[in-house]
Design a protein around this ligand. Structure first.
Ligand SMILES: Nc1ncnc2c1ncn2[C@@H]1O[C@H](COP(=O)(O)OP(=O)(O)OP(=O)(O)O)[C@@H](O)[C@H]1O
Length: 251
C-alpha cells in the first residue's frame, strides 16, 4: 500500500466534517474520491497531504507518517490542493521552476521538466505570463504541473479537471495513466462521474464524513453506473416540488 488512512477524524465547531474514515490505496492505482458537496473530500485530502491537522487518526504515505514525519512524507507526495493560493505574481515558468527547486531539483532539470510538462499539458505560450492572468483551467493545469515536477510517488489531486477543456483533460488523463503504469499512484477527487469511470480503477464514496462504499470500480458500481450508485448512496435526487413559482416569470 502507498497510502494508508486509519480512523481519520476532523470536526469544525459542531460540524463533523470527517467521521473516522479508513482508506488503503495500492501502488499503481488511480483512486477516485467522490461525494456530494460538503461530504468531507477536501477535508480528508487536506489531512492526507499534511495541510490540515486531524483531530484523530493516522495517515501513512509510503513508510512515513504524514503527521509524525512530515518532511519524509512530503518528499513522496505531489499535491494539487483545492483553491490553492499560488505565487501568482510569478510567471508560469518561474512558478514551476520555483516548485522544482523547492523539491530539490537542480536548475537545469527544473527548467527542462517545466518545458516537458507545459508541452504535455498544452501550456506552451502561456508560461511567460503572470499566473495572476491565467484562466481557471490554466491555473489547474499549471498547478498539476507543479504537483508533478519532482516526480512524486503519490499524487493527491483535489478536483484536477475542474474548468479544464476536453482536449487538455484527455492529455492530463494520458499523462496520469502512464504515470500509474510506471508505478506512480494517484488519488483524485471529482464530481464528474463519467470522468472517474474513465480514469479510475478504484473509488470511495464519502457522504456526511463517512465512507459508504469503497473498492474496485466494478465492486462500487455494483451493476449500475457510478452516477446511479452515487445518487443512491447520497440519498437520491431532491424533488422540485414547491418551486412552481419559478415558472410564473417576473414580467
Ligand atoms: N475551515 C472550515 N471551517 C468550518 N467548516 C468547514 C471548514 N472546512 C470545511 N468545513 C465544513 O466541513 C464539511 C466538509 O467540507 P469539505 O470542504 O471537506 O467538503 P467537500 O466534500 O470537499 O465538498 P465540495 O464537493 O463542495 O468541495 C462541510 O460541512 C464544510 O462546511
Amino acid at each position: 500500500m502507498v497510502l494508508e488512512v486509519t480512523g481519520l477524524r476532523k470536526r469544525f465547531g459542531r460540524t463533523v466534517a470527517v467521521d473516522g474514515i479508513d482508506l488503503a490505496v495500492r501502488k499503481g492505482a488511480i483512486f477516485g474520491f467522490v461525494g456530494p458537496n460538503g461530504a468531507g473530500k477536501t477535508t480528508t485530502l487536506s489531512m492526507i497531504t499534511g495541510l490540515l491537522r486531524p483531530d484523530a487518526g493516522s495517515v501513512v504515505v509510503g513508510e512515513a507518517d504524514v503527521w509524525r514525519s512530515p518532511d519524509a512524507a512530503k518528499r513522496v507526495l505531489g499535491v494539487l490542493p483545492d483553491r490553492m493560493r499560488l505565487f501568482d505574481r510569478l510567471t508560469g515558468a518561474q512558478m514551476l521552476y520555483y516548485c522544482g527547486v523547492l523539491h530539490g531539483l537542480d536548475r537545469t532539470t527544473a527548467r527542462s521538466r517545466s518545458e516537458d510538462l507545459s508541452r504535455a499539458l498544452a501550456l506552451e505560450g502561456s508560461l511567460d505570463r503572470p499566473v495572476a492572468d491565467y484562466s481557471i483551467g490554466m491555473i489547474k493545469k499549471v498547478s498539476l504541473a507543479a504537483a508533478l515536477i519532482h516526480s512524486p510517488r503519490l499524487l493527491v489531486l483535489d478536483e484536477p479537471f475542474e474548468g479544464v477543456d476536453p482536449v487538455s483533460t484527455a492529455h492530463a488523463i494520458d499523462l496520469l495513466r502512464s504515470y500509474a503504469r510506471a508505478g506512480g499512484t494517484v488519488v483524485l477527487s471529482s464530481h464528474n462521474m463519467d470522468l472517474v469511470e474513465r480514469v479510475c480503477d478504484s473509488v470511495a464514496v464519502i457522504v456526511g464524513g463517512s465512507i459508504l462504499a469503497s473498492g474496485t470500480l466494478e465492486k462500487v458500481r455494483d451493476g449500475s453506473t457510478l452516477e446511479e450508485r452515487f445518487v443512491e448512496l447520497a440519498g437520491g435526487r431532491s424533488a422540485v416540488e414547491g418551486l412552481e413559482w419559478l415558472t410564473t416569470f417576473s414580467d
